[in-house]
Design a protein around this ligand. Sequence first.
Ligand code: BV8
Length: 241
Amino acid sequence: MIHDSRWDPTVTRLRGAKRVVALTGAGISAESGVPTFRGPEGLWKNFRPEDLATPEAFARDPQLVWEWYIWRRGRIAPCAPNPAHHALVTLEQRIPDFTLITQNVDGLHRRARSRNVLHLHGTIWEVRCTGCGRVEENRDPDLAFPPLCPACGKLRRPNVVWFGEALDPTILSRAEEALQKCEILLVVGTSAVVQPAASMALWAKKAGAYVVEINLEPTPLSRAVDMSFQGKAGEILPRML
Ligand code: BV8
């Protein structure tokens, strides 16, 4: 990919920026081999989100929901961070105040050594007790059944935010605060469908940020952002830096 002069305003701003936020979705992990949710081979293709990523689904059929997450763990485990994840680590090292807000539960930003990461939707590598709320790391890829809590004996679930569930208020307010004060927001690899993440770019824009979108294709955000670059995050982000 040659240098695109349309990048210049973004690159110039990034050079002098003090406060930058990156908001990422499943698309940033696509080049690592992690299936996206709504892409051609998307995770949701075989299942509808309402069928599995909801507390009702887990209450109705914990086994089915659990198996879907174990299948996803198996899909994600061999995947490594890609140049897009690493580019955001480099950016974090260069920018005095950098916040990474991710919708992803795959843990690849942490694996790439990003430090200030807000996981809006939790992580697939932890379980949470449905009884006492105890959270523990759990990377077991073959757990055939939802594990029981050693403390209270109730079912343990993936420590992710399902549809219809509220996001962690602390994480949400830290994200809001970062979006309110940032000079630049990079929105990378999200279809901008799931709320409240999909509204975050508009919050930043309203607060005066310069908003840049990087995505393979246009999204509902594309008209509202300052710059929209179509292409692979794994190519555009490293080149931009
Ligand atoms: C809540 C965790 C309230 C689990 C997920 C307002 C309006 C309408 C609906 C709602 C609303 N407010 C709330 C809702 C309901 C709901 C919602 O948003 N529904 C949608 C479907 C309309 N929201 C909620 O329920 C949220 N909760 O608001 O609570 C509340 C308050 C108080 C008390 C009770 C309740 C919770 C939502 C969280 C759901 N959990 N995940 C799991 O992962 O299993 S969402 C799931 O989708 C993932 O987190 C994923 O990250 C997220 C968003 O998808 P994307 O990341 O964007 O991925 P997608 O595949 O869609 O897109 C990939 C993009 O990448 C594409 O654009 C593609 O072009 C691009 N791409 C691909 N390859 C590349 C690329 N780009 C660049 N480079 C590449 N190589």
